[in-house]
Write a protein that binds this ligand. Structure first.
Ligand code: SF4
Ligand code: SF4
Length: 128
């Protein structure tokens, strides 16, 4: 970049509005491409652990026996991989921004409430 080009950029920047927002004082702009934070529907999660295996940041931890699903939001890089690979689509991205934090939060723990439906009974009538 030449000196004149650089000076031009500086002068234009003085008169333009800032390219960034004073978040969280000002509300963030939401577009169709925006990603926010991962939300789980605990009533549909089947504890398959695929989201945990696909997460590149090790932000998710699933305990099938305890029926818990945890996420460490400070590790999450919002890549959307867990949302895309969940076989039952119980993960979504909420584009509503949550307030910034002033203390280091631990992992958020959710209790899975999904109950596997019983297998239908095979009766003599159903065999026919
Ligand atoms: S969005 Fe990406 S980084 Fe965040 S929890 Fe899901 S897979 Fe992990
Ligand atoms: S959130 Fe989806 S991918 Fe993760 S354990 Fe539950 S069902 Fe499996």
């Amino acid at each position: 970049m030449g000196v004149f080009e650089m000076v031009g950029t500086v002068v234009r920047s003085v008169f333009r509005k800032p390219a960034t927002l004073m978040y969280p004082v000002k509300t963030a702009k939401i577009t169709p491409l925006s990603r926010g934070h991962v939300v789980i529907d605990v009533s549909r999660c089947i504890s398959c652990r695929i989201c945990q295996k696909k997460c590149p940041s090790q932000a998710i931890w699933v305990e099938p026996k305890e029926k818990t699903w945890q996420i460490n939001r400070l590790r999450c890089n919002v890549c959307n991989s867990c949302v895309e690979t969940c076989p039952v689509k119980c993960l979504t991205m909420d584009t509503h921004y949550i307030p910034s934090v002033t203390v280091r939060p631990g992992a958020e723990l959710f209790h899975i409430t999904y109950v596997k439906p019983p297998k239908p009974e095979i009766t003599a009538e159903s065999k026919d």
